[in-house]
Design a protein around this ligand. Structure first.
Ligand code: PLP
Ligand code: TYF
Length: 408
């Protein structure tokens, strides 16, 4: 019966971990998956998260199913965290107060992307989504599996190792009206290059002219500045435009995988900003109708951690500190690598402009393969390094390997 099924290729990102495991070189370095490692090369649990779990262990008395869209407290925490920005976003507060945001807990960021993709296939007039070139590889798989037609808009100039803003605006101006456009809120994956507020302004203007539907993906909130409340400039601005009636609606996919280190807990959300409380009611009901036959309801442990942290000012403070430390180490590692790289024949200045978990080296596929085969440095062939795999014990070896590969 199944003899006709062909072998599927391994996932471009997750496949690297498999290859890394097989390598017996003691100096091997894993810069593949975007998951945090400390200076000892080990994954961590944020101390604030551990404390929240301790408290949950004592107080939890049931493991009942949560609602299809998650719990009300979780939805409200997420809304206040992202849209009200601790009472600093007047427009966002207005949208929350006016019942114009529908939020559902989802199976982390990937789940929220899939839920909104299914929603758009059902309800958006246009079935096309424009994604930046390059983007997270899974974006394209999620959107096309759901039945959307994914197309690229220009984003990055591989020769200049810089944002290609002129072509970015040009390709959005050429986009089919009413289509969906995917925007990375901050710490663009894989390039680490974000738009400036002035550049966002231009893009938001085109979005209005072409009646494009903004879908924002925010998987790295906090990783640009170290402070999650400072990394949501795009959201604050778009909230103003919604309140002014210039952009009717948009959606936001959000994940606590990276900024709370809740990777495997699968904790994230989808929020849809609507035009009226009546629309909100209908959309909330449709999200439930869509999710119920798919996975019924989201997991509860991660969302309870989030609820515990946000309802305790000390834990909240402690989490913000934990996140700041993680981001601080990433920035230190980025600087150290930059300092050790040979700049005589290769300009590495783009590294200093990039933010988040990745550096996008600009190295060719051949150079990346040489890094893997000659030096046991594992990363995706597009030239992306997940830099938390770098630490005091391997940064010299890594920089030397890169310098050798660039020289050859
Ligand atoms: N979006 C982007 C751009 C990502 O890089 C990731 C994870 O790497 C995600 C979404 C979703 O991650 P998760 O499903 O673990 O929340
Ligand atoms: O490194 C990346 O870009 C991501 C990380 O279930 C990831 O692919 C890994 C597993 C997963 C979600 C995201």
């Amino acid at each position: 019966r199944w003899n006709e099924i062909p072998l599927a290729p391994p996932d471009k990102i997750l496949g690297i971990a498999e290859a890394f495991k097989e390598d017996s070189n003691p100096k091997k370095i894993n810069l593949g998956v975007g998951a945090y490692r400390n200076n000892e090369g080990k994954p961590i649990i944020f101390p604030s998260v551990k404390n929240a779990e301790r408290s949950l262990l004592e107080t939890e008395v049931e493991k009942e199913y949560t609602g299809i869209n998650g719990s009300k407290p979780f939805q409200s925490i997420v809304q206040n965290f992202i849209f009200n920005n601790s009472n600093k976003d007047a427009a966002g507060a207005k949208l929350i107060g006016g019942n114009r945001i529908v939020t559902a807990q989802t199976i982390s960021g990937t789940g929220s992307l899939r839920v909104i993709a299914d929603f758009l296939v059902r309800f958006n007039s246009a079935k096309k989504i424009y994604v930046p070139k390059p983007t997270w590889a899974n974006h394209i798989a999620v959107f096309t599996d759901a039945g959307l037609d994914a197309e690229f808009y220009a984003y990055y100039d591989n020769n200049a190792n810089d944002l290609d803003f002129a072509n970015l605006t040009k390709s959005l101006e050429d986009a089919d009206p009413e289509s969906v456009v995917l925007l990375h809120a901050c710490c663009h994956n894989p390039t680490g290059m974000d738009l400036t507020p002035e550049q966002w302004e231009v893009v938001l203007e085109i979005i209005q002219q072409k009646k494009l539907y903004p879908l924002i993906d925010m998987a790295y909130q906090g990783f640009a500045s170290g402070n999650p409340y400072k990394d949501i400039g795009l959201i604050r601005r778009i909230n103003q435009l919604v309140v002014e009636g210039k952009i009717p609606s948009y959606s936001l996919c959000q994940s606590f995988a990276k900024n709370m280190g809740l990777y495997g807990e699968r904790t994230g959300s989808i929020s849809i900003v609507t035009e009226s409380p009546e629309q909100s009611k209908a959309i909330d009901s449709q999200l439930k109708k869509l999710i119920r036959p798919m996975y019924s309801s989201p997991p509860i442990h991660g969302s309870k951690i989030v609820e515990t942290i946000f309802s305790n000012p000390e834990l909240l403070e402690s989490w913000l500190g934990d996140l700041d430390q993680v981001v601080g180490r990433l920035n230190t590692v980025r600087d150290k690598l930059y300092q050790k790289l040979d700049k005589t024949n290769y300009n590495w200045d783009h590294l200093t402009k990039q933010r988040g978990m990745f550096v996008y080296t600009g190295l060719s596929k051949e150079q990346m393969i040489a890094l893997r085969e000659k030096y046991s440095v594992y990363a995706t062939e597009d030239g992306r390094f997940s830099i938390s795999g770098i630490n005091d014990s391997n940064v010299d070896y890594l920089a030397n390997a890169i310098n050798e590969v660039v020289r050859d």
